[in-house]
Design a protein around this ligand. Structure first.
Ligand code: NDP
Length: 245
């Protein structure tokens, strides 16, 4: 369903974004993979030799206000259009209670997770308009939606903000056949939360399925939202969190 479509993925160097890249590479889509760690992006592309001529790389920091415009331009230059965007880059930042949280931490976490989404939409929508439609997916989180997680105030506020942004964009751009959805993963086994077994067991216990997600399970939900399989889905906050327990 994505054969010949062009998809931009941010946060593609590891975890959920890398899993999405592997999954979408098998669909015949053209992929622009973006992140800061160029070595990891190159390793990923090398691991997908069957798709390497359909994969381009963009190295940059989503906190840089030129990132979105430049990454869209690079995508248009490489593939001639943009049909979908998985805006997935994110960070937990330095965690701690609000009285101890610095303004710098707050600003960094909000810039990475939320401001980047505003800029993504600002430049991706005009490119999708040229194609007669498209699909934008933001990676939000169960944190800030179904659970208040201590120490994550900036992260939760930014991820909840993505849901509000999604709802407005969906209404603004539905008439142009541009769909916008937020994907809310539960605890997922990636670099983000670290690999401490006790912490992973705690997170697993928060979900009805009593386990954490594999990155590929979240990637499948992203692929659904990016593809025509979800052609009547827009403005949604799609939980993919193993159930709230
Ligand atoms: P990872 O740490 O594996 O991936 C994070 C990705 O974001 C990396 O590719 C990283 O690339 C990129 N990234 C981070 N900061 C920046 C930046 N400033 N500029 C550009 N790229 C950046 O974790 P996940 O795969 O788990 O995270 C993916 C998304 O899923 C995030 O938005 C996260 O908040 C969300 N999420 C994760 C959950 C979990 O339990 N893991 C649960 C719910 C949501 P690089 O460092 O190379 O730039």
């Amino acid at each position: 369903m994505l054969d010949g479509k062009t998809i931009l993925i941010t946060g593609a160097s590891s975890g959920i974004g890398a899993a999405a890249a592997r999954l979408l590479a098998d669909t015949g889509a053209n992929l622009m993979l973006a992140a800061r760690r160029e070595d990891r992006l190159k390793e990923l592309r090398a691991s997908l030799p069957h798709a390497s001529n359909r994969i381009a790389l963009f190295v940059g920091d989503v906190c840089d206000t030129t990132f979105s415009e430049a990454s869209v331009k690079a995508t248009l230059d490489a593939f001639g259009g943009l049909d979908g965007a998985f805006n997935n880059a994110g960070t937990l930042g330095e965690m701690g209670p609000v009285p101890d949280m610095s303004m710098e931490t707050w600003n960094h976490v909000v810039a990475t997770n939320l401001n980047s989404a505003f800029l993504a939409a600002k430049y991706q929508i005009p490119a999708m308009r040229e194609r007669g439609g498209g699909s934008i997916v933001f990676t939000s989180s169960f944190v800030g939606h179904t659970i208040g997680f201590p120490g994550m105030a900036a992260y939760a506020a930014a991820k909840a903000g993505l849901v509000g942004l999604t709802q407005v964009l969906a209404v603004e751009h539905g008439p142009e056949n541009i769909r916008v959805n937020a994907l809310l993963p539960g605890g997922t086994k990636t670099e983000m939360g670290g690999d401490d077994p006790a912490f992973r067991e705690y997170i697993a216990g928060l979900h009805a399925l009593k386990r954490m997600a594999e990155p590929q399970e979240i990637a499948k939900a992203a692929a659904f939202l990016l593809s025509d399989a979800s052609s009547f889905v827009t403005g949604s906050a799609m939980l993919c969190d193993g159930g709230n327990s």
